[in-house]
Design a protein around this ligand. Structure first.
Ligand code: 5GP
Length: 206
């Protein structure tokens, strides 16, 4: 079967618990998580080089100019982007890579890498999302409202994603996504080299 890793995009509304689920996938199933660059200011608990690479707007724009991002997007007043080199390197080393990014970026990844798997994560309900954001206590009410507003705009793009998962329980949700990715590895379209080889082997059988 193919030795190349698969690229998985996980998107979902701010506050739906993506970070927790992705952390479980990295810990339990050895996925490589791409660390994005952002111009957003660190929140309390954010560590540079662990959660994000926190960079200035000028530096971000330079890196856009140098083709340093697989994708980038503006989200609620800040830039966010996926470093291209890391993703290319991990995939060629056979690692399964996760991008935890918003929808515009997810759709750009699909354009560039059609084999990427796009998973959209939703909370059990819209009310649950609002209370998770408020209880998280990391943003002021104005930012929370802008994030909720963005969620209501993004919902229409769900149709362009490949899978939807409901995050009621982070462990179960991580298992669900892992199972999806295991199945994607077995797709005929992701194994053309292997298939060509067995075709030859079987044609030469005497
Ligand atoms: P936060 O500010 O809450 O850390 O992230 C805001 C949104 O930006 C989240 O939906 C997160 O998934 C998304 N995001 C994080 N990194 C990237 C990235 O590299 N590219 C894009 N397009 N979105 C990102």
């Amino acid at each position: 079967m193919s030795n190349r890793g698969l690229l998985t995009v996980i998107s979902g509304f701010s506050g739906c618990g993506k970070g927790t689920v992705v952390g479980k996938m990295v810990d339990s199933y050895d996925y490589s998580l791409s660390i994005s660059a952002t111009t957003r200011k660190p929140r309390s608990g954010d560590v540079d080089g662990v959660h994000y690479f926190f960079i200035s707007k000028e530096e971000f724009e330079d890196r856009i100019g140098n083709n340093g991002f697989l994708e980038w997007a503006e989200y609620v007043g800040n830039y966010y982007g996926t470093p291209k080199d890391y993703v290319d390197r991990m995939l060629s080393e056979g690692k399964n890579v996760i991008l935890e990014i918003e929808m515009q970026g997810g759709l750009k990844v699909k354009e560039k890498c059609p084999e990427a798997v796009l998973v959209f994560m939703v909370p059990p309900s819209a009310d649950e999302l609002k209370s998770r954001l408020v209880n998280r206590g990391t943003e002021d009410i104005n930012t929370i409202n802008r994030r909720l507003c963005r969620a209501s705009e993004e919902i229409d793009f769900i149709d362009d994603y490949d899978y939807i998962v409901v995050n009621e329980n982070a462990d179960i949700c991580a298992q669900d996504i892992h199972r999806i990715i295991c199945n994607e590895h077995k797709k005929v379209a992701n194994n053309s080299e292997f298939i060509n080889k067995i075709k030859q082997d079987f044609k030469n059988i005497k």
